[in-house]
Design a protein around this ligand. Structure first.
Ligand SMILES: Cc1cc2nc3c(=O)[nH]c(=O)nc-3n(C[C@H](O)[C@H](O)[C@H](O)COP(=O)(O)OP(=O)(O)OC[C@H]3O[C@@H](n4cnc5c(N)ncnc54)[C@H](O)[C@@H]3O)c2cc1C
Length: 442
């Protein structure tokens, strides 16, 4: 079916044939098309899961989940969502070892972006927990693991679908005793204070994230709320339940009018949110939904940004580039480009994947509505800042980088492209993202 597709940011849509294969054979046949890419639940923000004029393979037909083993190993189809997996896993005492800020992502999408959670400083990214997977490529099906075809195994994490279609993944789950997380919350009046607290204390927590108010200026610039915690044990609670999160109760029915989210409304929201958080609270029980996936309670919340959509700008810089985080927030705050609370996290060790985004140090994610004239020059300036700090922008969030910038940010791109050529010499695998950034050219 010919369909217009966009990413979660609802920018840069394009038309493609959309089909839903239900077996590896159907995927293999589809890979004969001249331009083809897999798509999960469309939660990447930009143009990674679409290919103009080509064929898009909706991975939701690959939806089998095998029983979870006593050791927490589970084999599942790439179209299963983290939401579906949690519905089965939590009642049995298991959790996904890495979850992004929404559970509405597919396992294939989690592999392709090598997603990270609030625990990267402790547990690494998604790749670290995958024991094996099956990858359908134009040159056949590959059974991959860290021991079997390791180069192709690692290259697939962060490859944004450009090594083939992941059909099945074997994942190591994390044992949990309850569906609650014990959370410590602290409010900080400026950015230096929260960054110092994270450097000093994050190692004591499995999960950590700071929400930064980028609209605050002057002495309050970068004021933040830091939440850190770990899964509650059964002895921590009077009654330890293991209930999976429920679906969204509310939905945004249609696109908001342009300009609804502007400096005035967003400053007011950030102010309310900041004041509602406790200055210091220890050991508060939070549900899995409210701690990990607060936005999932409101379906289609991306429509709030109106018909022009929004971009998410997420970058990572090493510890010695921490100043880039401070400079980025001060430039954003000075520009008056409106931004909801930004998300600041620490990253631990990188994995061996050539295009994986996380690198040790800091990561900052900014949600920015499309519209203000100052936005494009601001983001170009931030690109320069990130490159100078030897950092990178996350491809799963990108809708606007230039080919030369991506080469400076991902120095192993040529190595990746050469490997992709060995399994797809005729370049069937491509996407709007790959074309825009010339990712297959190295
Ligand atoms: C609210 C929100 C919060 C988020 N928080 C985080 C976060 O904390 N950390 C983080 O890392 N990311 C985060 N993300 C981004 C998201 O996790 C990634 O973009 C993820 O890839 C989306 O998965 P998806 O199933 O929607 O894939 P899509 O967006 O549909 O596709 C993403 C990429 O995966 C490829 N792909 C999909 N299926 C397959 C397959 N079977 N085989 C090979 N390639 C495939 C596509 O070709 C595409 O390149 C967030 C996104 C949203 C909307």
């Amino acid at each position: 079916m010919r369909t217009r597709l966009t990413g979660w940011g609802r920018t840069a849509g394009s038309l493609a044939e959309l089909t839903t294969p239900t077996s590896e054979d159907e995927v293999a046949n589809a890979l004969g098309a001249p331009a083809v890419i897999a798509r999960g639940l469309g939660r990447s923000y930009g143009d990674a899961a679409q290919v103009s004029g080509g064929l898009v393979l909706d991975n939701r037909g690959l939806d089998a989940i095998a029983p979870i083993g006593p050791d927490g190993l589970v084999t599942l189809g790439a179209g299963v969502s983290i939401d579906d997996l949690l519905a089965v896993a939590i009642p049995q005492g298991w959790f996904v070892p890495v979850t992004p800020g929404t559970r509405r992502v597919s396992i294939g999408g989690a592999v392709a972006a090598d997603v990270h959670g609030k625990n990267h400083h402790v547990d690494g990214s998604f790749a670290h927990h995958v024991r094996a997977m099956r990858l359908v490529t134009p040159s056949g099906v590959h059974e991959l693991s860290p021991e079997r075809e390791p180069a192709l195994f690692w290259a697939t994490f962060g490859a944004m679908g450009l090594t083939g279609v992941v059909s099945e993944v074997t994942l190591q789950l994390l044992a949990i005793e309850s569906d609650q997380v014990l959370v410590d919350t602290d409010r900080y009046d400026d950015l230096d204070a929260v960054m110092a607290a994270m450097v000093e204390g994050d190692a004591r927590y499995r999960y950590s994230v700071a929400w930064v108010d980028c609209m605050a200026r002057g002495r309050r610039m970068g004021r933040s709320i830091l939440t850190r915690g770990d899964h509650a044990g059964s002895s921590d609670l009077t009654e330890a339940t293991r209930v999976a999160p429920r679906g969204a109760r509310l939905a945004v029915p249609f696109s908001a009018p342009p300009g609804l989210l502007n400096p005035v409304t967003i400053t007011a929201f950030n102010e309310l949110w900041f004041r509602a958080a406790p200055r210091h609270r220890v050991g508060e029980a939070h549900s899995i939904s409210s701690f990990f996936h607060p936005l999932d309670g409101l379906r289609d919340w991306n429509r709030l940004y109106g018909p022009r959509g929004f971009v998410q700008y997420q970058f990572a810089v090493p510890d010695d580039g921490a100043e880039a985080v401070v400079t980025a927030i001060s430039r954003l705050s000075a520009s008056r480009v409106p931004s909801f609370l930004a998300v600041l996290k620490r990253f631990g060790d990188a994995d061996p994947a050539p295009l994986s985004f996380p690198q040790p140090g800091w990561t900052l994610a900014l949600d920015l509505p499309v519209g203000p004239a100052a936005l494009a020059p601001l983001l170009d300036e931030l690109d320069e800042l990130v490159v100078a700090a030897r950092g990178r922008v996350y491809l799963a969030k990108d809708a606007r980088l230039a080919p030369s910038t991506v080469r400076a940010m991902y120095p192993r791109l040529a190595e990746f492209a050469a490997l992709a050529d060995t399994i797809d010499p005729e370049h069937h695998l491509t996407s709007d993202l790959a074309r825009r950034l010339r990712l297959r050219e190295g």
